[in-house]
Design a protein around this ligand. Structure first.
Ligand code: F0G
Length: 351
């Protein structure tokens, strides 16, 4: 019998663990790489979606968190802390349960999706809603981890990046080589950093013949890298990437420049259009921030930047169930019917 063992066991020789490391896992990773038929037709390319919402807590954060919590456990930590726009806190809370640790999370008040708050709560995290944005939460979390006995599990912790690079390995393992272009949303910029590291590592070891161009997309109201300056009051409906001063800013620019890629922005309207297209035409339900990658690909294609025939992977970072308000908003209301086949058939347009 074959069961995916989680990213640490599957890629053990490429991760900072030893035979004695106590692995804390929910068997994350091994997520689907789904061919995207409609996006392929629209762009004239071969487009695939790396569906990271299929991870145990519903986002790519689990790849980094299995590493971060494993290493914290190894070092004897009793408590972990993170700042989060929601997904990191959901993941940290779940993995802390597995490790028998206390988990503290700092989130921007009123700006995280309900599903993510529910996850942190049900896993028993200690939640502080901070009167500020994500960047303020991260400053506070860093300060607390320096002064008190609590391990920081944000992506400024380098082992998080190590775990997250495994998504690039999986893509090359599935496709047989690196794609021409890899597209992903950018918030705190840890994930673009991690993918670039993963692709470079495989190419250096001749497991891929090349590295892809890295294309990152920020939300237009939260696009500090595009603007070249921190955004003091970031805004976007894609709360997961509502970040004005990314911790891995420099690494994201390195990934862009070394790969011959780009970092651009997409509007909330473009994000929501891509979100609806993914759900209604590809059958893949993601949270709004995740759709920034696909929105960016479509924007670039419309601008003539996408040569036909290329192989393109878009990471969709989180599950749509985390933020269902956007699925319900603007959709037609369900119709109520009596227990009557004739009426039901008529309402369904079958009769
Ligand atoms: N997509 C989703 C669904 C996210 O939750 C995040 C980040 C990103 C994209 C951006 O990734 O930060 O590595 O550039 N969420 C973090 C959090 C900030 O706290 O959950 P990034």
């Amino acid at each position: 019998t074959h069961q995916w063992r989680g990213i640490i066991e599957e890629y053990r020789d490429r991760l900072p663990v030893t035979a004695d490391t106590p692995v804390v896992t929910l068997r994350e990773g091994g997520t689907p790489l789904v061919p995207a038929q409609v996006l392929s037709e629209r762009t004239g390319c071969e487009v695939h979606l790396k569906v990271e919402g299929a991870n145990p807590t519903g986002s790519f954060k689990d790849r980094g968190m299995t590493m971060a919590i494993t290493r914290a456990k190894e070092e004897g930590a009793k408590a972990v802390i993170c700042a989060s726009t929601g997904n990191t806190s959901a993941s940290a809370a779940a993995y802390a349960v597995r490790a028998g640790m206390v988990c503290a999370v700092l989130v921007p008040q009123g700006k995280i999706a309900l599903g993510k708050m529910g996850q942190a709560l049900v896993h028993g995290a200690r939640i502080l809603q901070v009167d500020g944005n994500f960047d303020d939460c991260l400053t506070l979390a860093r300060g607390l981890s320096e002064k008190y006995p609590v391990a920081l599990v944000n992506s400024v912790n380098p082992v998080r990046i190590e775990g997250q690079k495994t998504a690039a390995f999986e893509i090359v393992d599935a496709l047989g080589d690196a794609p021409d272009i890899h597209v992903l949303p950018v918030g705190n910029a840890g994930n673009i950093t991690a993918y670039w590291r993963g692709y470079r590592e495989y190419a250096a070891d001749a497991l891929a013949t090349r590295t892809p161009r890295m294309w990152g997309f920020q939300a237009a109201g939260s696009a500090p890298i595009v603007r070249g300056a921190p955004v003091l009051d970031p805004h976007t409906i894609a709360t997961a990437i509502r970040i004005g001063n990314p911790a891995s800013w420099k690494f994201a620019e390195e990934a862009r420049d070394e790969s011959g890629g780009l970092i651009d922005e997409v509007t909330d309207r473009q994000i929501l259009a891509a979100y609806r297209l993914l759900a209604s035409q590809e059958g893949v339900f993601v949270e709004p921030a995740s759709a920034a990658s696909v929105a960016g690909l479509l924007k670039a294609a419309e601008a003539g930047l996408v040569d036909p025939g290329q192989r393109i992977v878009c990471t969709v970072t989180g599950n749509g169930l985390k933020d269902p308000d956007w699925a319900v908003a603007g959709a037609p209301q369900p119709i109520t019917v009596p227990v009557d086949a004739a009426v039901a058939a008529e309402r369904l347009g079958l009769a």
